[in-house]
Design a protein around this ligand. Structure first.
Ligand code: ADP
Ligand code: MG
Length: 417
C-alpha cells in the first residue's frame, strides 16, 4: 500500500486498486474534493468515471451521477459494488418496491453514489427528495448530450440546468469524450459552471493511421484492405442495416470470420456477435453506428468506414475504437460524392430546421476532412480545437502527398440545393 499519507492516493489504492492517477485525473479530483466545479473533456477510456467516483467517496454525502443509458449505469454500478462501494441506479425500469427501497437507503445516507437517468432525476418530487439529503457532488456524464451542437443531443438533458438552482453550493462536474469548442461553451453555459477546473485532454491518437480512399468499387477496395489485415480484429461501418448484412455475407462467403450487427437484429444475436468479437472468435463486425458504444476491446486493429459518416464527432469516436492498446492501427474511409447526397437526405428528414442547419454544417466539415490535401490529423484535431505543431507523418496525405486529384467542384455541386 501507499506509505505517505495523501488521502486521495490512499483511496485510489485501497478502493480502486490503482497505484497512480492517469493524466488529468488528480487535478480534477482535487478540484471537486475542494468544492469546485469541473469541466472534463477526455477521450473514451481516459478514465473519466474515477474523476467523480473518488471525490464521491471522499466528500460527505451522496454523489448524484446523471448518465443517459441504463446499460452504462448498470455496468458502472456493478463494478463499483464489486469494489465494495455503496452504489445504486435509479431509472424508469425499476419496480415500485425496488424504488421504495432505494429511496429509503438514499434518505438513510447509505449511498455513496446514485446513478440517475435524467428524466428520473427531474421527475416530480425527486428533486424535492434530494433537497432533504446531503449531496456530495453532481456529475453529468456524456455532457455533450445537453447541446444541440453536440452530435448526440438528448432533449431530457435540456432540463438539467435546474440542478444549479436546486443545489447552489454543490460542485458540478460535466464530463464528455466528444465536444467541439462550440459544444464546450454550450455545456459550460447551460449548466452554469462557475470558474470550473477545466481539463481538456489531447485527442491525438498517434498510433492510428488515417487514410481516405476515393470510393470506386468499394467492396473490392475493402477486400484489398482486408487482405493486408488477415486474422486481425476490426470493424467496418456502413450506413444501412441492409448493407451491413450484404457486406458481412460476402465477406463470410469469401472465408473471413465476419458477421453483421445492427439494431434490427434480435437481442440474443447481437449479444452473441459482440461476445464472439470480444473473445476474438470473430474477426470482423460489419455494423451500423449502433455498434461500439461501451465496447472496450484493446486489440481492434482497423476501423473502415464503407460510407460517409454524418460528422467528425462520430467519425472520431468510431475510428477511436481502433488501437486502444497503443499498437499500430488503421482508419480507412471510403469517400464517394454520391454519399454526400445520401447523408444529406437523411439529415433533411428531421422536422427541426435548426437541427438540419447544424447537421449540414457538420456534414460540410466531414466532407472537408475527406477532401483535405494537407495533414489529415491536423484537420481532425483542429476541428476539436487542438493544433498540431508539425504534420503527423502518419496519415495518407503525409505519407503519400496528393498530386492532382481535385474534385472540389463535384463536392460543391453535391452539397448545394
Ligand atoms: P471513460 O469514461 O473516460 O471512457 P472509464 O472511466 O470507463 O473511461 O475508464 C476506462 C478504464 O480505465 C477503466 O477500466 C478504469 O478502471 C481504468 N482506469 C481509470 N483510471 C485509472 C487509473 N488511475 N489507473 C489505472 N486504470 C484506470
Ligand atoms: Mg465514461
Amino acid at each position: 500500500s501507499v506509505p505517505d499519507a495523501d488521502p486521495l492516493l490512499q483511496v485510489l489504492d485501497k478502493v480502486f486498486g490503482f497505484r497512480s492517477f492517469r493524466p488529468g485525473q488528480e487535478g480534477i479530483i482535487r478540484a471537486l474534493c475542494n468544492g469546485r466545479d469541473a469541466f472534463v473533456l477526455m477521450p473514451t477510456g481516459g478514465g473519466k468515471s474515477l474523476c467523480y467516483q473518488l471525490p464521491a467517496l471522499v466528500r460527505e454525502g451522496t454523489a448524484i451521477v446523471v448518465s443517459p443509458l441504463i446499460a452504462l449505469m448498470k455496468d458502472q454500478v456493478d463494478s463499483l459494488r464489486q469494489l465494495g462501494v455503496a452504489a445504486a441506479c435509479y431509472h424508469s425500469a425499476l419496480g415500485a418496491a425496488e424504488s421504495r427501497q432505494l429511496l429509503a437507503r438514499l434518505h438513510a445516507g447509505e449511498l455513496d453514489l446514485l446513478y440517475v437517468a435524467p428524466e428520473r432525476l427531474l421527475s416530480e418530487g425527486f428533486l424535492a427528495r434530494l433537497s432533504d439529503i446531503d449531496v456530495a457532488l453532481i456529475a453529468i456524464d456524456e455532457a455533450h448530450c445537453i447541446s444541440q451542437w453536440g452530435h448526440d443531443f438528448r432533449p431530457e438533458y435540456l432540463q438539467l440546468p435546474v440542478l444549479r438552482e436546486h443545489f447552489p453550493g454543490v460542485p458540478l462536474a460535466a464530463l464528455t469524450a466528444t465536444a467541439d469548442p462550440q459544444t464546450r461553451r454550450d455545456i459550460v453555459e447551460r449548466l452554469g459552471l462557475q470558474q470550473a477546473h477545466t481539463h481538456i485532454a489531447s485527442f491525438d491518437r498517434p498510433n492510428i493511421r488515417y487514410t481516405v480512399l476515393e470510393k470506386a468499387r468499394p467492396f473490392e477496395q475493402l477486400q484489398r484492405f482486408l487482405a493486408r489485415h488477415r486474422g486481425e480484429s476490426g470493424i467496418v461501418y456502413a450506413l444501412s442495416r441492409k448493407r451491413t448484412e450484404e457486406i458481412a455475407g460476402k465477406l463470410a462467403a469469401s472465408g473471413l470470420r465476419a458477421a453483421p450487427y445492427h439494431a434490427g437484429l434480435p437481442d440474443a444475436l447481437r449479444h452473441s456477435t459482440q461476445e464472439a468479437f470480444l473473445r476474438d472468435d470473430l474477426d470482423i463486425v460489419v455494423a451500423t453506428v449502433a455498434f461500439g458504444m461501451g465496447i472496450d476491446k484493446p486489440n481492434v486493429r482497423f476501423v473502415v468506414h464503407y460510407d460517409l459518416p454524418k460528422n467528425l464527432e462520430s467519425y472520431y469516436q468510431e475510428t477511436g475504437r481502433a488501437g486502444r492498446d497503443g499498437l499500430t492501427s488503421e482508419a480507412l474511409l471510403l469517400f464517394g460524392y454520391g454519399d454526400i447526397a445520401l447523408v444529406r437526405s437523411l439529415i433533411e428528414q428531421s422536422e427541426n430546421p435548426e437541427q438540419v442547419r447544424i447537421e449540414l454544417h457538420k456534414l460540410n466539415a466531414m466532407v472537408a476532412y475527406a477532401e483535405e490535401r494537407g495533414c489529415r490529423r491536423r484537420t481532425l484535431l483542429g476541428y476539436f480545437g487542438e493544433s498540431l505543431e508539425e504534420d503527423c507523418g502518419n496519415c495518407d496525405t503525409c505519407l503519400d502527398p496528393p498530386e492532382t486529384w481535385d474534385a472540389t467542384e463535384d463536392a460543391r455541386k453535391a452539397l448545394s440545393c
